[in-house]
Design a binder for this molecule. Structure first.
Ligand SMILES: Cc1cc2nc3c(=O)[nH]c(=O)nc-3n(C[C@H](O)[C@H](O)[C@H](O)COP(=O)(O)O)c2cc1C
Length: 197
């Protein structure tokens, strides 16, 4: 038998229903069977035990940080061509801001790092824009008038800055990658300022 894995996460049942219907379709094909699997929810206990201020590095973000900002640069290492779960988990806690439109009209941009050159920088960047669009944010990329965008042989995309960190994730940023990060910072700052006028 050809076994097809149907792997899903569902909290309220709609995706589970879809998954079951997909398994039926699979099993309508002679010689095929479905294996239905799910994953557990991320436990909220994790956030209950975390300190508000980490041992090192900047403090953890809260909703007020988003509410109070004039613009946003959102970064995540690439995880399977997408943003990392902890960031997504935080974004998923922003419904109250979405309901009140607190971020609507604010400029935002995204940046990422991958291990490999073709490991999903663009897909990560584009998918990171989606929740920001739902929030009504104004997405900024990088224009090709930034010459580093044409010169780079590692990271750097019109969708936002990126970095190729290598298999050990230790490769330093190239000059072009650094320049594009800076350029984006400038771009957000200029835009936020202009919008606040
Ligand atoms: C679970 C997991 C998934 C990953 N997925 C990808 C990937 O799709 N493409 C890629 O090039 N690197 C992938 N990586 C490597 C990370 O993107 C890489 O370690 C990251 O860019 C390092 O950034 P950081 O130092 O900010 O964590 C993955 C790493 C982990 C742990």
């Amino acid at each position: 038998m050809t076994e097809i894995l149907v792997l899903y996460y569902s909290r309220y049942g709609a995706t589970a229903d879809m998954a079951r219907r997909i398994t039926r379709g699979i099993e309508e094909v002679p010689g095929c069977q479905a294996r239905l699997r799910t994953v557990p929810a991320v436990s909220a206990v994790c956030e209950a035990v975390a300190e508000n201020i980490p041992g090192e590095g900047p403090p953890y973000a809260g909703l007020d940080d988003l509410r109070e900002c004039a613009g946003l640069a959102l970064g995540s290492p690439t995880r399977f061509g997408n943003m990392a779960a902890p960031l997504k988990y935080f974004i998923d806690s922003t419904s109250s801001l979405w309901l009140s439109g607190a971020l609507a009209g604010k400029p935002a941009a995204v940046f990422t790092s991958t291990s490999s050159l073709h490991g999903g920088q663009e897909s990560t960047l584009l998918s990171m824009m989606l929740p920001l669009l739902h929030h009504g944010m104004l997405l900024l990329g990088l224009p090709y008038s930034e010459s580093a965008l044409l010169k780079t042989t590692s990271g750097g995309t019109p969708y936002g800055p990126s970095h190729t960190a290598g298999t050990d994730s230790k490769q330093p940023l190239t000059e072009e990658e650094k320049e594009l990060c800076r350029a984006l910072g400038r771009r957000i700052a200029h835009t936020a300022k202009a919008l606040q006028r």
